[in-house]
Design a protein around this ligand. Structure first.
Ligand code: 2P0
Length: 321
């Protein structure tokens, strides 16, 4: 009986922003994330007697334009492991768009694990991370639970994620604040490419990440929550400075994004634990303690009418169910 693979999404505290090799998705820098428990993708791969793959997402058959990225990825996997089988992929996404998280991290991690299971490739978690990275960079980190570091490496074999602490006993939780109305977003693939090409600050980003990775790992080891919050927020703001300083300049921020950043600063002045991190979109994820979270949530909901908030805790790595 072939098992279904389950992968959880992750939030980067030190962001991946820029590829030195687009085809292999090799990043310029290491990145560091926290795997979350609320949002995940379940994927099952079945070998079929056909020369074409078919993909069902949430029980709907995808057409060739919708599943192009998945089909290309399956072709990459066939080339890697020298087999010719085609698959029916059944994938169910428990990462609602309304939760403000991208599904590519959990999606490609679950797909890599599903093929590993069905083809009995017997991949180590390191090999699985490499395979997931070829689907989407951030997917390399969703192989593991808790705090995870993706080591940039220099070729396909050396670029993979490693666990830092899979079951950290640490009082952290995440509040996702989703801005309900916003304009179309620039893909992260395009956004990072423009930043690398034209932001005069890109070389500084590379230097900054290498020192912030060291500092945050030390803070994680010491369970220094404030340091973790401060470094994460600073890293996210620095990533967004790369978009503003690109030529032409662009931003993922909506007016409400700035408003939420200001509210977080107010909350800190009131003595509450709250730090912002923001990905390639307008939504803000607030790093809280379990104690501060309900108060932060109430305050944000009182101050802003058109937002939805979702809570997530620390989650596990790949599972087979
Ligand atoms: C991250 N992001 O570290 C960063 C921070 C968004 C902002 O990884 O081109 O979907 O598939 O490798 O992994 C989103 O980018 O990009 C992302 P590809 P991916 O989480």
């Amino acid at each position: 009986m072939t098992r279904t693979a389950r992968a959880y999404t992750n939030i980067a505290l030190i962001k991946y922003w820029g590829k030195k090799n687009k085809q292999l998705k090799l990043p310029y820098t290491n990145s560091l994330s926290l795997t979350l428990d609320r949002f995940y993708t379940d994927t099952k791969a079945t070998i079929i007697d056909s020369d074409k793959d078919v993909v069902y997402l949430n029980n709907q058959l995808l057409d060739d334009t919708q599943n192009k990225r998945i089909l290309n990825y399956l072709e990459t996997i066939r080339n890697f492991y020298s087999f010719t089988d085609h698959f029916q992929i059944d994938t169910v996404n428990h990462v609602p768009t309304s939760a403000g998280f991208a599904s590519s991290a959990s999606g490609f991690a679950a797909l890599a694990a599903a093929i590993n299971e069905t083809k009995q490739l017997d991949l180590s978690r390191q090999e699985l991370s490499i395979l997931a990275r070829n689907g989407s960079g951030s997917a390399s980190r969703s192989i593991y639970g808790g705090f995870v570091e993706w080591q940039a490496g220099h070729d396909n074999e050396s670029s993979f994620a490693v666990p830092i602490d899979e079951t950290p006993e640490i009082d952290l939780a995440l509040l996702s604040v989703v801005i309900n109305k916003h304009s179309k977003k620039i893909s992260s693939t395009m956004g990072m490419e423009n930043s690398v090409k034209s932001s005069p600050f890109y070389p500084n980003w590379v230097t900054l990440v290498s020192s912030e990775i060291k500092e945050i790992k030390q803070a994680i080891a010491q369970k220094d929550l404030q340091k973790i919050g401060e470094i994460s927020e600073h890293n996210a703001m620095s990533m967004h400075a790369l978009t503003l300083s690109a030529d032409p300049s662009f931003t993922y921020f909506a007016p409400e994004t700035i408003r939420i950043i200001q509210l977080i600063q107010e909350l800190r002045r009131k003595g509450l634990f709250a730090y912002a991190t923001i990905d390639a979109g307008p939504n803000v994820k607030i790093i809280c303690t379990k104690e501060s979270l309900p108060k932060v949530q109430t305050y944000i909901e009182q101050q802003l009418s058109d937002v939805t908030t979702v809570v997530a805790n620390i989650g596990p790595g790949i599972q087979y169910i």
